[in-house]
Ligand binder design. Structure first.
Ligand code: C2E
Ligand code: CA
Ligand code: CA
Length: 758
């Protein structure tokens, strides 16, 4: 049909159809362009970073596309993660998530010009990687609304590691510069390398002489560090022991099989260590100061990076070590008296301040001994300064030698020395002072002359005589003058009564030793009486010491002294022999006693020599074993299994056993059972109370009752009045001992009593 003949209507219809077609074409072209644009974008991004991962987030559908590289960066395969919901959210470090989302929002809202963020993400292997994420938004053509966010991921882990390492390095240098303690810096160095190589554990050892001392190893077990501390280095002493010995790097691939570890592998293997590489730490003069060790829990040798790090770690540690040792040397010089090697005045004051603080906190006492040589000036003037110096060094050595390791000895100036002694018992300072007087007064040959130096010592106590260093030193100095006033070779306390007490005690000690050796003690006997019949059933032997000058000394004092000075054994032996001989003699004189009891000190009783001693005495004296009773205090009942055999052996000899002062200690009837005790001596303390205290009566009553039921003999001690005796009788107590019957008396008086009744 010719256009000319077409109706107007037809034409209009055709135009409409063409319009519709055009519109359709336009639509597909638009779609195509968008599609094309999208893949072009991905392509260009892919090109931009060959190693970058791509992501594409459709903000309208919330779907995200992750490229294969994006996935592989996190350890996942191409087809993995596809079904995962919130893939990104599940892989980003929880602490970084909010920060990243905030940046996204700011960018989408137009508050930031670009989107670029560093974040931590979880790798499939479990470790963490650092990712740099960059993105840009794609907006809708018509209204500029963001419809997609497209971007890349770059793995920046290595860079980050290098940055942290550099940061840490800078921090360590700063620590060195501001003089932080070496141990802190050692830990920081170890942690820095451990952070850089996951699984690595570092150690730093210092070499002192030929001993390896712990420097730092924050990640190694304490037990292992303790075991290595003090180890001697050598040609095959693990990795560090060997490297410090040879001065060369030692790489041990397998601790289990390497011969160098043969002797000490049992220390490392239980803690999992399997390989150990060690670099000697060498100072600027080429001297080996120690070693840096790297441990892994698997066998292996270092790769290039680890090998380089081993070297730089040792170098860095070396700087710290060298500096630390130099500082220690300087400090030692500043605090040491160069002539004698003792601590000097400055060190003394530093120490006493410290000691005051800790003693105050723990309520401890300590003693300060101020020592001054007698006539030192004369030696210096007449024999010259060299002689004076020699005398001082000898005195210093002697003082040091007589002190415990804990005591602190210093030379304050010239011929003045001080000792700080933490009190382990009341008499420690006095004993120490006496020992110092003794050692100092040993003769010494100087310039071909024999001298007998002497000194005086003033003693003051913290906190009694002074609560700060100034008053305390003054108190000791005052005491020193008091000692000097008494003559040469003396000591004196700040409180005069203490000096007298100490002197007396010292004299007692001196004389007691002699008295025991020369058998100058004597025995008295106190009858034990059967309440019903009034007959003497036995006697208790008690020691007496009457010294020509010191007078009568209480056994309570001299027995304790004998224990302290180690003389209790000869004393007991003498008592046993004398008492047994006496019992045998009485028997011959037809004045039989049924039982002789002897007191044995708890310490001596638990000595394994007690059994042979008793046996020997029984044999020597001809004493009937069953007539000998040993008295021990309740503390023996607290004894352990080992001592039970001593008791059994004694029982086998046939001697019997009494618990002295029963009721004052902590023994129970239950603990007595396995001791195989024969007799309980109820302490005077209860007997004293029996008249006034109803409870005491009740207590004694039940002790007696229970004791008899368990088959023990019972003796009430210290009975002084007939009223006491009456009550005891009512309580069914059958035996008693005390002044009511007789004081402890000598042999002759006892003989008369034995033949009479009460
Ligand atoms: P102890 O074994 O409890 O001895 C009893 C003490 O009480 C004795 O004191 C005795 O004289 C005293 N006494 C006895 N009856 C009465 C009384 O009715 N009233 C008063 N007030 N006291 C009375 P002594 O002889 O002074 O002995 C004291 C402590 O010394 C003894 O206590 C004993 O533990 C120890 N002792 C004495 N001689 C020796 C010994 O040869 N070896 C051992 N290891 N210790 C001994
Ligand atoms: Ca006794
Ligand atoms: Ca007693």
């Amino acid at each position: 049909m010719n256009n000319a003949y077409k109706s107007k209507f037809q034409l209009l219809e055709e135009i409409q159809q063409l319009r519709t077609k055009l519109a359709a074409v336009k639509l597909t072209t638009e779609n195509r362009t968008a599609e094309l644009y999208k893949s072009e974008e991905r392509f260009s991004l892919a090109m931009r970073g060959a190693n970058d991962g791509l992501w594409d987030w459709n903000l309208e559908t919330d779907e995200v596309y992750y490229s294969p590289r994006w996935k592989s960066m996190l350890g996942y395969g191409e087809n993995e993660l596809d079904g995962t919901i919130n893939t990104w959210a599940s892989l980003v470090h929880p602490n970084d998530k909010d920060m990243v989302l905030k940046k996204v929002q700011d960018y989408l809202a137009g508050q930031a010009d670009s989107f670029e963020v560093e974040m931590r993400m979880h790798h499939k292997d479990g470790h963490q990687i650092f990712v740099l994420s960059r993105g840009f938004k794609v907006t809708c053509e018509f209204d500029d609304k963001p419809i997609r966010l497209v971007g890349t991921h770059i793995d920046i882990t290595e860079r980050k590691k290098a940055e942290t390492f550099a940061d840490n390095n800078a921090q360590i240098l700063e620590m060195i510069a501001i003089g932080r303690p070496a141990s802190d810096i050692y830990s920081a160095i170890a942690l820095m390398y451990e952070e850089r190589h996951p699984g690595l554990r570092c150690s730093m050892l210092e070499l002192h002489g030929n001993k390896l001392l712990h420097g730092g190893a924050p990640s190694l077990p304490k037990e292992y560090c303790h075991a290595l501390h003090g180890l001697e280095n050598g040609p095959s002493v693990g990795s560090c022991g060997t490297s410090t010995y040879t001065g060369k790097r030692v790489l041990v691939e397998n601790i289990e099989t390497d011969p160098k570890w043969e002797k000490i592998k049992h220390l490392a293997l239980p803690h999992g260590m399997r390989s150990c590489w060690s670099e000697p730490i060498i100072n600027s003069y080429g001297k080996v100061l120690g070693a840096f060790g790297m441990y892994y829990n698997h066998p292996g040798l270092p790769n290039q990076e680890e090998s380089n790090d081993l070297k730089s770690a040792a170098r860095l540690t070396g700087i710290v070590m060298e500096r630390d040792q130099a500082q220690k040397r300087i400090r030692a010089l500043a605090y040491t008296d160069t002539l004698t090697g003792l601590a000097n005045r400055a060190h003394f004051y530093q120490r006493i301040e410290k000691l005051i603080k800790t003693s105050d906190r723990h309520h401890h006492r300590f003693g300060l001994l101020y020592i001054d040589l007698d006539d030192f000036k004369r030696v210096n003037d007449s024999l010259g300064h060299d002689a004076g110096d020699k005398l001082l060094t000898t005195i210093a050595k002697r003082l040091k030698g007589t002190c415990r390791d804990n005591d602190f000895v210093a030379r304050l100036s010239g011929d003045e020395f001080c000792i700080l002694a933490e009190e382990i018992n009341d008499d420690y300072a006095a004993n120490l002072a006496q020992r110092c007087l003794d050692v100092i007064s040993q003769p010494i040959k100087i310039s071909n002359r024999k001298l007998t130096p002497t000194c005086c010592i003033g003693i003051a106590h913290f906190p009694d005589d002074g609560k700060n260093s100034a008053t305390l030193v003054k108190a000791a100095d005052t005491s020193l003058y008091a000692a000097k006033e008494n003559g040469k070779n003396q000591y004196a306390f700040y409180k005069p009564e203490l000096t007298h007490k100490a002197e007396y005690r010292f004299q007692v000690e001196q004389h007691l030793r002699e008295a025991i050796e020369k058998q100058q003690l004597s025995l008295v006997y106190q009858p034990q009486v059967c309440i019903n019949t009034g007959k003497i059933i036995g006697v208790e032997a008690l020691s007496r010491w009457n010294h020509p000058q010191l007078g009568q000394i209480s056994p309570v004092d001299f027995i304790a002294t004998a224990e302290r000075i180690g003389m209790i054994k000869p004393l007991t032996e003498w008592v046993l022999r004398t008492a047994c001989s006496q019992a045998v003699a009485w028997k011959k004189e037809e004045a039989p006693i049924l039982r002789m009891t002897v007191n044995i000190s708890p310490n001596h009783f638990l000595d394994k020599e007690i059994v042979p001693l008793i046996k020997r005495i029984l044999d020597e004296t001809g004493m009937t074993p069953t007539e000998l009773e040993l008295e021990v205090t309740e503390s023996v009942a607290q004894t352990d299994q080992r001592n039970l055999s001593i008791l059994q052996d004694l029982k086998n000899l046939g001697v019997s056993l009494a618990i002295d002062d029963f009721g004052t200690g902590y023994s129970s009837f239950a603990s007595l059972k396995h001791l195989k005790v024969d007799c309980l001596k109820i302490d005077k303390y209860f007997v004293d109370d029996i008249l006034v205290d109803k409870k005491a009566r009740l207590l004694i009553g039940s002790m007696i009752d229970m004791g008899y039921k368990l088959g023990y003999r019972i003796i009430a001690e210290g009975v002084e009045t007939s009223e006491q005796l009456k009550i005891l009788k009512n309580l069914d107590c059958r035996n008693a001992q005390g002044y009511l019957f007789s004081k402890p008396t000598n042999v002759n008086a006892i003989l008369k009593l034995l033949n009479s009744n009460y």
